[in-house]
Design a protein around this ligand. Structure first.
Ligand SMILES: CC(C)(COP(=O)(O)OP(=O)(O)OC[C@H]1O[C@@H](n2cnc3c(N)ncnc32)[C@H](O)[C@@H]1OP(=O)(O)O)[C@@H](O)C(=O)NCCC(=O)NCCS
Length: 213
């Protein structure tokens, strides 16, 4: 059994703790810079200290970020400067990972995720429950795939892209770097980098400057 520390103590961090425990990791606790959290517990696990205290031995996974600020994961990974081999890949035992699929260090697949065949998931990617990624999809580093998303075959999520809950992405379509697709959207054509698209069919809403400021 390997030890794991989780950076962050919010919702996704606690979900990852549950997935990691189910997958056989010994979760030591959470790291968070909020001094008010020191000495408290979350989901029955301690707040061990600030983000910088990753120690030398336990594996690490960075679980920060939300739809209003989804660049935080990249910022913290850059700040920590750890080698890739320090990062755990967390795959809930109720996720299905088909043949030819690759999942990078620091990435998390929550329960019910399905990667069908030859799906490539980069580093520090968050995949929420019941997301379905089909053949030949490519998901870039720091991307977020919210619960219930469906990606058609050969879809591409570039670095940092955020696909909101329940969104559908047509086969072969690309969501550009750090763009956000709103929940429930139906993406039929490529989304350029740095834009928020919503609706069915999805259309441009605004730039992402609020989230990536
Ligand atoms: C896309 C999103 C970021 C927009 O948030 P926002 O900038 O605060 O936008 P607003 O709520 O002010 O809405 C702006 C307009 O877009 C529309 N809109 C917002 N989200 C939409 C969506 N998902 N689908 C369709 N239309 C949407 C609103 O109806 C509104 O239209 P109007 O101007 O005609 O009234 C947000 O609604 C969203 O979908 N976030 C993802 C949430 C998610 O997936 N969470 C799961 C993980 S926790």
């Amino acid at each position: 059994m390997r030890d794991l520390v989780i950076v962050g103590a919010g919702g996704f961090a606690r979900e990852t703790a549950a997935a990691a425990t189910a997958a056989g990791w010994r979760v030591l606790g959470f790291l968070d810079d909020d001094p008010a959290l020191r000495g408290t517990t979350r989901s029955g696990l301690p707040i061990l200290g600030p983000v910088s205290e990753t120690g030398d031995e336990a594996a690490v996974v960075v679980c920060v970020g939300n739809p209003r600020n989804y660049t935080a994961r990249q910022r913290i990974v850059t700040r920590l400067g750890l080698p890739a081999e320090r990062y755990a890949t967390i795959v809930h035992p109720a996720a299905v990972v088909g043949s030819g699929c690759v999942v990078g260090p620091g990435s998390v697949l929550l329960a019910g995720t399905v990667l069908t065949a030859d799906v490539t998931v980069g580093s520090h990617v968050a995949v929420m429950p019941q997301a379905v990624l089909t053949h030949d999809d490519r998901v870039g580093d720091y991307a977020t795939v919210a619960s219930g998303v469906r990606l058609g075959g050969g879809a591409v999520l570039e670095e940092g892209a955020y696909v909101g809950a329940g969104a559908l992405v047509r086969e072969g379509v690309t969501v550009g770097a750090w763009s956000l697709v709103g929940m429930g959207s139906v993406v039929l054509s490529d989304v350029p980098p740095g834009e928020v698209w919503v609706g069915g069919p999805a259309r441009f809403l605004r730039s992402t400057k609020e989230e990536t400021a």
